[in-house]
Design a binder for this molecule. Sequence first.
Ligand code: AMP
Ligand code: GLY
Length: 420
Amino acid sequence: MVNVLVVGSGGREHALSWKLSQSSKVDTVFTAPGNGGTQNNVSINVDDLDGLADFAQKNNCFTVVGPEDPLAAGIVDKFNKLNLPIFGPSQKAAQLESSKIWAKNFMKRNEIPTARFEIFDDAQKAQEYVKSLDYNVVVKADGLAAGKGVIVCDSNDEALAAIQTILVKKTFGDAGNRIIIEERIDGVEASYIALSDGDVAIPMASSQDHKRIFDNDEGPNTGGMGAYSPTPIIDDDLAKIIQEQIIEKTILAMKNEGILFKGFLYAGIMIRDGKPYVLEYNVRMGDPECQPITMRMDFDLYDYFAASVDGRLSSLPPASWKSQFAVCVVLASKGYPESYSKNDEISGFDSIPKGSFVFHAGTKKSDGKIFSNGGRVLGVTALGDTLRSAIANAYSATQKITWSQKYYRRDIGKKGLSYL
Ligand code: AMP
Ligand code: GLY
């Protein structure tokens, strides 16, 4: 039996802890720093790599990293040096997410389908370039900007303003020292996540996130307001194309460049005229995609994590999935993604029906009660035999949870229904 340390505090980490604790090979699952829903919380922050390593060593833990920041900071390299088992990509492999420019150049030299682009560090040159184009663009800060460094533009004027925001006003700090200006691809977006050991990549179930704060994809981008799995937007034929021409090609190209990619490889995909383009890579599970994907897993997640670390995924059977759909509705605090209140008491957890599960994100527990502690607070997740019934089950469970500042989108999963 092994202990597991899950690093992070979001809904994704609650889902990973929940699933890992069901493994017959796992003894105690610790979460650092965790939230109001996770068990065995350890108060070490995700940027305290020494503290995490120390805890893992003393408690004989296999470590699983949820968010991108510690991966980009080199947590896996550090643990490897100390001979501590850890699931996730090395710092070099994490560049696929931590430097958008590195990722775009990687895709270009390896002919992985992505939007055409140019890179700038000079605002004037960037502006001249935008003026010379006859299509709309997306302006992206190079570095990690908590999911906010991407500005999708509807006009030249918006693109010029975006260049000012990132390169001149430095709204995202040093993450915006360089920018990418790329073609805006108008299509349907979906998430495709695979688990790799550096050689092979096992597909996880397909999913679709809902990034904007308001219904019908209006308002500003958020971390994600809900997700469902599988998505009919990625049918078997398209899944095969994405698996072979994007995921496996990426893993092989990384290997050929001397970088073994171990961990979750997440391709944010835009589908235009039936063809997939990579909008971005993430080197971790998506949040909230992780919640519905985890609920559908019919396998021992720890086995796959351990095999990824040891480079023996090819000896495992393909991951098996519940045939049901899963839908996760994120409950946020009113005002998110801008300012919102915290410390509001939340109730109704005892009334959640069987087949549904409430994953915690921005919550904390005090005296046995649950209080809001962040923008995205809970992910109410439910299974159903059809997408329609999974949506109905998730919204029905959503009604049981009450607090004064509760806000959620009413249309999670609706985009998928139109494809059935
Ligand atoms: P990212 O933070 O890179 O995931 O980008 C945030 C969002 O911006 C994506 O989920 C897309 O909705 C949008 N986006 C990024 N790149 C493009 C593109 N080339 N064309 C259209 N939309 C894009
Ligand atoms: N849900 C999008 C992400 O995790 O980046």
